[in-house]
Each structure stands twice: as C-alpha cells, then as structure tokens.
Ligand binder design. Sequence first.
Ligand code: SAM
Length: 394
Amino acid sequence: YVLVIEGLAKLCVPDPNKYKRIDNIYEPSWAPVFYNPLMVENRDIAVLTVRAMNSIVSKNRIVVLDPLAATGVRGIRIALEARNSKDIEVFMGDISKEAIDLMKFNAKLNNLSDNVHVYWMDANEYMHWMVRNGYSLDYIDIDPYGSPIDFISSALLTISKGGIIAITSTDLAVLEGKYREKLYRRYDVIGKRINISKDVAIRALLYYIARTASRFDRYVEPILAYVYRHYARVYVRVYKGASKAMQMLNECIGTIFYCERCGYSELNRDIHESKTISCPICGNQLTEVKPLWICSLGNKDFLDRLSEELIKMPWIQHTTESLIKYFAMVSDINVITIRLVDIARFLHKEIPQRDKLIKCLSEKGFKSVKSIYYSDGILTNANILEVIDCFNSI
Ligand code: SAM
C-alpha cells in the first residue's frame, strides 16, 4: 500500500506499481481494493454536486450513501469537502471485506471515524436497509465495475423525493453499440455503432434509468450527463408521480436518426413506427437507434451552482474545471454532435479547422461549441445546411 492525496483526503491505496499490465499500465481492477486515480474528475464532480445540494435541499442534514466505496475515497472526500451550510452524514460500504477494512483505516486517517458510517453489505441490501431504518437518502452514488444496471432499481426506489442519484457506467463499448445484442439485452436499445456513438451512449443510459423509474411511477430529471475517458456518468433528480412519469416517457423517449452518408442527424419522438426514412439532405436511408432519451442532458441552474462552488475549492483539478465550463456552455443546446469528418467525406472536401467553422457559424448568429468527445465534433444550434454552407465558404 502507498499513501496518496486526493482533494483534501489522505488515503492509503494499493501500490499501483504492483498491479501493472504487460504494457506497463496500472490495472486498478487487479488490485485487492480498487482505486483508479484517473477517476479523479468523476469524484471531484460528485463532491461539487453534494456541495451544490446544500442550496437545493431544505432539510438541515444531507444523507449520502456510497455503497460501492472500495477505498472509501469518494465518501471520505464528500465528508471532508462538501460540508457547506448543512450537516452531511456519509454512509459507505462494499461487498469486499478487504475494502471495508481499508475504508475504515482511511476514515480514521482523516479523523472521520465518528463522522462516516461503514457497513459490510451488498449495495442493494444497503440501500433498502437505510430506508428500513428510517433514513431519507438524499444522494446515492453508484460507481460499480462495468454496467450499473444491477443497482439502478434499488437506487430509484430508495432515494428521497427530489434526491440525486449519480451513476457511473464503464461498459461504454456496449452503450456505444459495439456489441448490438448486449446493448439490446442489457439496455433495451436497438441499433448499431454509429459515428456519434458517445451521444448515443449517454442517451441509452438515460433511457434505461428513465424507463426503470417509470415502472415504479417515478420520473427523473437529468441535471448532468456526459462521457469522459472510459465511462459515462449521469446525475438525475428523482421524483414520484404516475402521470408525470407517463409524460416523461411520451416527451423524452425517442429515436436518433442518423445519416451514415452525409452526417445529418435528428432526435425524434417517434419510436414505434419502423418505417424507412430518407435523409432530407442526401436521400440516403437513415439509420435509427432507439429507444433513447431525447430531452435535455443538463440543468443550467444546477451547472451554475457547480461553477459557484468550484471557485471556493482551489484544490479541484484543472481538468474538472474545464469540464464544468464545457457543461455550462453546452447545457442550453440540446443537440447531437455534428462530425466534420462526415460532412467532409460527403462534400469531398478537407476537414476545416473547427475554430474557422465556429467563427463562420457565429457570424450567421448561431451558437457553436467544440465537442470534447470528438476532435472534429461540434455542437451547434445551426442546422446541418448552415454548417455545409460554412464548409463551402471557408
Ligand atoms: N467508488 C470507488 C471509487 O470512487 O474509487 C470505486 C468502486 S469500484 C469501481 C467497485 C466496488 O464495488 C469494488 O470495491 C467492489 O468490491 C464493490 N462491489 C461489487 N459488487 C458489489 C455489491 N454487490 N455490493 C457492494 N459492493 C460491491
């Protein structure tokens, strides 16, 4: 084991030099207790979210559950860094006894033995046990290996009204459509891998969460959803109500239509009719991926709160800061990425510099932002004809 610092926490973690693959890269899942330093931005944003909850939750105490806690880094950081105007009570757990021993040690190392509660329990059992024991759970963080689907129903059933569940999914290849049968079996989604598969991945995961919520007469509001490095991460607020759940399904579940010839795409509410639809730009048959979440991926007010909290936390990574700025910029454009490589191939032209294209679009009065998912991707409220026009004029 070695000592590391992350955020304001001191942590004892497995020595990364001991668990390296043949290509000399650290493989955290080989270590006796999981700790991945590359997930720091994921945890930074979790801490910021609980801090931002201080101004959302009306109770005086926020109850946080980190039921797949491994070294305890996430829960410990929340206990140390998220306290603002309210008390924060943190519960952590894991199925592995070795993890439990290490997280207790780490809690002690940070003088938190009396402030965080550690239980050796299965995550699903833990969530229901908390409710059975009278706790109202305000924030649940689901951060498993691979797919989170095993834990989503319990999280939706046990979170308090208006509470937040944060979910990480590292089975990005499945969500992106690389394994079509698995995408269907696991997430109900039919389709294949397309050039904007990261957009699909977030919306497939949100579809699954929303559809599961609706089965329990609950509905969700995504406040932040993104793909970064090897994972998708979503934050949703959860509410109760059968008619609102139905409204959510009617308004927010639909299809991505995408043209593999010219890059045209659209988000559409139509999921039921399977008809052949031609691309309005080039006439090619459109590829469909469905059902997907087609409503907004973020809540502007919430993202503004994250930015306000960020200023008070100078220890947060610069990479996290850039992510938050990016989320705030794209939060009011609910569109799918346009890949310049698609349009360039269609027009038989070189791919222009994104800056030049964005300047051209902004001169026409459109808002455009460089995608962080694709080096040739842009998000814009302009339609593809305007983008093609700029392509031809620069
Ligand atoms: N959240 C941690 C962090 O930020 O560093 C990493 C968690 S790691 C990816 C997943 C953890 O979930 C492992 O420690 C594993 O032992 C634990 N786990 C797997 N299945 C579980 C279950 N059913 N209940 C509770 N913990 C489980």
